[in-house]
Design a protein around this ligand. Structure first.
Ligand code: 13P
Ligand code: SF4
Length: 345
């Protein structure tokens, strides 16, 4: 089948299924997939939307943790599917649930019973570990509000798995550097510095996004030298030095708004996943100049294609939906529900 007939076939199936089918896509998906989305959004927007959907079948074009989160928020009788079930998030895999549990248990045994706050980029099993300890979830769009909430609980916080988002959020909130500590979780948690953990207010899991780690402060210096007057906006998964060198930093939806609100003629360089940057460059062509800080693509997001979307849609009634085991679903959903409640305040 050629590209045009794949596109047409997807369009026909969507039309035939009507409102019983909802296709959701994250902004990092390729254009050919985004073209079929009923709802396009960042992690927070998509989580919020799932709860209000009435479609029987929800197809989530993104990486696996996003589909898993959608499956937790879906109502009875609703089924969530992902066209590329092997689309993992490298960052989320840096925090396996068993290790998170072991580290929290070791800390508690040493008298440091911290509240865990996990970035949504984590497995349902990790969210369950967090929820079982009264913790919550955050996205890049609400990390400040959620970390403030977590600090207000008065137990100290373990922020996981993204040490970059954690540090950038602490910088924005003014948490002193001497009150922070990046954990060494190697050796099954045997190498934890318990003394350092005891005196810190925020502990960070040592994970990061390799796609966003590529954006460097020196790239920003070079782009400013070459293009005086340029504005630089980056995602908060970038290193703190990169965020500090930029004019602004924020979630995917923040970046989209930043570009939309820039005056005509603005020159903007963006440090985030290339699919979003290229789409914005095309949308504002002739009006604003949009360039990537460097070309960095998420190979897992790229696993979502029109071909596997069609293959799923062709077999939707017999395809196995994304499921979350019952013992995980309860505490993991509680952690996500807490985020939706606190972030809506
Ligand atoms: P957003 O929270 O901005 O959607 O980002 C998700 C993500 O995976 C970024 O790498
Ligand atoms: Fe995960 Fe990074 Fe890909 Fe986002 S861009 S899905 S954080 S690996």
């Amino acid at each position: 089948m050629n590209d045009a007939s794949v596109t047409q076939r997807i369009t026909d199936i969507r039309r035939a299924r009507g409102e019983s089918l909802a296709i959701l896509a994250h902004h990092y998906q390729r254009d050919a997939v985004v073209a079929h989305a009923d709802i396009l959004g960042d992690s927070l927007e998509l989580s919020r939307k799932v709860a209000g959907l009435s479609a029987r079948d929800i197809v989530f074009c993104g990486v696996f943790f996003m589909a898993e989160t959608a499956a937790m928020l879906a109502g009875p009788g609703q089924r969530v599917h992902i066209p590329a079930p092997d689309a993992a998030c490298v960052m989320s895999e840096m925090a396996p649930a068993a290790l998170v549990e072991r580290v929290l248990t070791r800390l508690a045994a040493a008298g440091r019973d911290v509240l865990p706050l996990t970035y949504v980029n984590s497995s349902a099993a990790v969210k369950a570990v967090v929820g079982a300890r009264g913790g919550s979830v955050c996205t890049s769009a609400n990390a400040g509000k959620m970390l403030e909430w977590a600090l207000d609980q008065g137990r100290g916080v373990l922020f996981l798995p993204d040490k970059m988002l954690g540090q950038n959020t602490c910088n924005a909130l003014g948490v002193p550097v001497e009150k922070r500590c990046i954990l060494d979780v190697r050796g099954g948690g045997e190498r934890l510095d318990l003394a350092a953990a005891a005196s810190a207010e925020v502990l960070f899991w040592p994970g990061q996004c390799v796609i966003h780690a590529r954006f460097k402060a020196r790239d920003i210096a070079a782009v400013r030298a070459a293009h005086p007057g340029v504005k630089v906006v980056v995602h908060p998964e970038c290193a703190p030095e990169t965020v500090q060198a930029a004019d602004a930093a924020g979630s995917t939806s923040f970046i989209i708004k930043y570009v939309a609100e820039a005056p005509a003629g603005a020159e903007i360089v963006i440090g985030t996943e290339i699919n979003l940057v290229s789409r914005l460059a095309r949308r504002y062509q002739g009006e604003k100049t949009i360039r990537p800080l460097c070309v960095s693509g998420c190979s897992n997001m790229a696993k979502g294609t029109e071909e596997n979307l069609l293959a799923l849609l062709e077999t939707l009634d017999t395809a196995a939906p994304v499921t979350v085991p019952e013992d995980v679903r309860g505490p993991a959903t509680a952690a996500v529900a807490k985020m939706l409640e606190v972030s809506a305040r």
